[in-house]
Write a protein that binds this ligand. Structure first.
Ligand SMILES: Nc1ncnc2c1ncn2[C@@H]1O[C@H](COP(=O)(O)OP(=O)(O)OP(=O)(O)O)[C@@H](O)[C@H]1O
Length: 296
């Protein structure tokens, strides 16, 4: 569904260049529900904006559902955004129309594309648990309920892929669990691919796969140890839970590059270069041996 290889995004202003993505690789299968985690400034939103067609990549390859987002024409981009992608943002509810009902809000994007499917709009509101509230005006709903209407809206044009940027950023834990359960149900029901960007490791534990981004590169992948474990229904979550539930792998790109965590490099005193040995089974990276010799 999503394929990025060597993806680069450079933001240029008058006298400064920021390399937000510096050759990122990522593949997401059709129907997968996965999360991207990373510190502030690591490039998560930049990646999501490119995948959503809101921003253009600078270089590299990026394709989504057969669309080449590097070469796509502006007119095609409008069609791509309308048909392929659904968005859920942290404060999505702000974009809803308060004087319309939940149902009318869901039908609004359908109107823009010329085909209102009331039965599907109702079905969506049922999926997000608002069957009994669909004729309520938006301002009569709570913040969490409004966020669920926003999720129904994001699905109204039957996109193949849902992109969610901190979707639970401004709601309480119970609502957050509810939203993640909705994502899981919709993912199972219609097989939609879901990509969630978050800081929140507890969310990350509720998806099949987590990809960590560091400095604009995919650095580590966490795969769920037991794919049948339904984490959405699990209570509680401990520190380090991600490691308990998922197995961590370092991402190695096609030409053999990988990222070594800064803490590890500092702990063994590796700066600009290192020594690497292969003993037939393991690859061992240490502080440069020749330099150690020079010091003494
Ligand atoms: N429009 C822009 N112009 C210039 N620099 C930008 C722009 N957008 C993002 N950046 C820079 O690109 C880098 C990556 O930013 P990005 O917003 O993708 O990070 P993030 O991981 O989503 O962070 P956060 O979790 O804080 O939202 C940062 O250094 C940021 O300052």
């Amino acid at each position: 569904m999503i394929h990025c290889e060597g993806l680069v995004k450079i933001f240029k202003s008058e006298d400064i260049e920021v390399v937000a993505l510096q050759g990122l690789n990522l593949t997401v299968e059709q129907g997968e529900m996965m999360a991207i985690i990373g510190n502030s400034g690591s490039g998560k939103s930049t990646l999501l904006n490119i995948l959503g067609g809101l921003d253009r990549p600078t270089a590299g390859q990026v394709s989504v559902g057969g669309w080449d987002l590097l070469k796509i024409q502006d007119e095609q981009l409008v069609e791509y955004k309308r048909k392929t992608v659904g968005f859920v943002w942290q404060n999505n509810a702000r974009n809803l129309l308060p004087y319309l009902t939940a149902l009318e809000n869901v039908e609004m994007p359908m109107m823009l594309t010329g085909k209102v499917d009331r039965a599907y709009a109702k079905q969506l509101l049922e999926w997000v648990g608002l069957k009994d509230r669909m004729h309520n005006k938006l301002h009569q709903l709570s913040g969490g309920e409004q966020q669920r209407v926003a999720i129904a809206i994001s699905l109204s044009n039957r996109p193949q892929m849902l992109l969610a940027d901190e979707p639970t950023g401004s709601v309480d834990t119970a609502t957050s669990d509810q939203i993640m359960k909705i994502f899981r149900d919709v993912n199972r029901e219609v097989g939609i691919t879901i990509v969630i960007v978050t800081h929140d490791l507890t969310l990350a534990s509720k998806v099949d796969r987590v990809v960590a981004i560091r400095d604009g590169l995919t650095s580590t992948e966490f795969l769920k140890r037991n794919p049948n474990l339904d984490l959405a229904t699990m209570d509680g979550f401990s520190e380090g839970g991600l490691q308990e539930i998922h197995e961590a792998f370092v991402v190695v790109d096609r030409v053999g590059r990988l990222q070594v965590p800064k803490e590890y490099l500092e702990a063994v005193g590796i700066g600009g270069r290192a020594s690497m040995e292969f003993d037939g089974e393991k690859i061992v990276i240490t502080a440069p041996k020749s330099l150690e010799g020079e010091k003494s």
